[in-house]
Design a protein around this ligand. Structure first.
Ligand code: UT7
Length: 327
């Protein structure tokens, strides 16, 4: 029987790599501090000339190729991002243009680091209407563009990149068993880009006060909520589907901090060797982390056909969610 699921997945990151040792020359930090506190060793950073759609298009092309469909069969492109090409038009429209897709619904949405999981949820809903057959769901961010490179609390954490999945209904789809997302706006101030929106439109005052940059109010508080929320929603999905921890083949958590990922696995009783870990190579790429991590483990054959994948993410909003996929 045909099922809704992933037909293809792809990821892409900028070529340029920034190491912890490079950062030692830019701010008062050390490779040792970054490694111990976050697990991050390197991150990929876009050049001044590269924008979000430039970076994600090769990943999207790989996803479409793996799906084995013609790009013209994509009838919706949705992009979860907090670093769009422009405030408008949407990055999805720019991706559409670069892929040469003629007719598709295109829009962006903001769900912070949970963007890819929100995208799976939205795609599933669109397909269920019967009006859309194949949805290209993208999670992609270039946080380097809104990072204050003079602030050590944040600049060591982030990187650029993204991933895309083609969602559709087919006998051979990698079944999207379920996906569930939440938000909690009361904690929104903790992770915020204060300038550039309707509260603080771009002005000299915004620039003088560095409000155009991402701000992370209280790292340890976010750390705590990330663990609590990812565990809560993961557990909810596992219980709903009667899934015991040993039935999960891979836990694919948002890659913000290795210590958070290890704690989430521990609380879900999933052993560390079943946790997909790519944060050392890419840092926190926001909406990009999960499809990048999945893509990496698929291309080297670690994720195998029939395996159960538990995806979970947490990010600005706050937002959080989880998904179950039978690969
Ligand atoms: O994507 C979703 C949202 N983001 C997250 O999930 C991030 C969640 N938070 C975290 O991952 C961690 O809180 C951080 C990695 C951001 C920070 O680690 P921490 O162990 O919570 O450190 P801290 O904020 O408590 O800071 C400890 C010390 C401070 O010095 P004092 O006050 O103890 O003297 C900081 O000033 O480390 C200092 N520090 C640094 N030192 C060297 C902060 N950043 C750096 C740095 N290099 N880059």
């Amino acid at each position: 029987m045909s099922k809704i699921g992933l037909l293809g997945i792809g990821y892409s990151v900028p070529e340029k790599v920034l190491t912890n040792f490079d950062l030692e020359k830019m701010v008062d930090t050390t490779d040792e501090w970054i490694t111990q506190r976050t697990g991050i060793k390197t991150r990929h950073i876009a050049t001044d000339k590269e924008c979000n759609s430039d970076i994600i298009v090769p990943g999207a092309q790989r996803a479409i190729q793996m799906a084995g469909i013609d790009p013209q069969e994509i009838d919706a492109i949705i992009v979860g991002t907090v670093t769009p090409d422009y405030m408008f038009p949407s990055t999805a429209a720019m991706v559409q243009k670069k892929l040469g897709i003629k007719e598709a619904m295109v829009f962006d949405f903001e769900a912070g680091c949970t963007g890819f999981l929100y995208g799976l949820d939205i795609a599933r809903g669109l397909i269920a209407t019967g009006n859309y057959r194949n949805v290209l769901a993208i999670g992609s961010d270039l946080l380097s563009k809104i990072t204050n490179w003079k602030e050590r609390n944040t600049c060591v954490l982030f990187g650029d990149g993204g991933g895309a999945a083609v969602i559709g209904t087919r006998d051979d789809a990698h079944e999207l068993i379920d996906v569930k997302n939440y938000g909690d706006g009361t904690l929104g101030d903790l992770l915020i880009q204060p300038g550039g929106g309707s509260v603080n439109p771009i002005s000299n005052t915004v620039i003088d006060n560095d409000l155009q940059y991402l701000q992370m109010g209280n790292g340890p508080e976010i750390f705590k909520w990330a663990i609590l929320d990812m565990c809560k929603v993961s557990k909810e999905l596992m219980d709903k589907h009667g899934l015991a921890p040993d039935e999960v083949d891979w836990l694919i958590p948002h890659q913000a901090n290795l210590r958070i990922m290890v704690k989430v696995a521990e609380r879900l009783s999933i052993p560390e060797e079943k946790v997909v870990i790519t944060v050392p190579d890419y840092g926190n790429t926001s909406a990009g982390t999960i499809p990048i991590a999945m893509g990496r483990y698929l291309e080297d054959g670690r994720i195998k056909s029939g395996q159960i994948l538990l995806l979970t993410a947490f990010g600005a909003g706050f937002t959080y969610g989880a998904a179950l996929i039978r690969w």
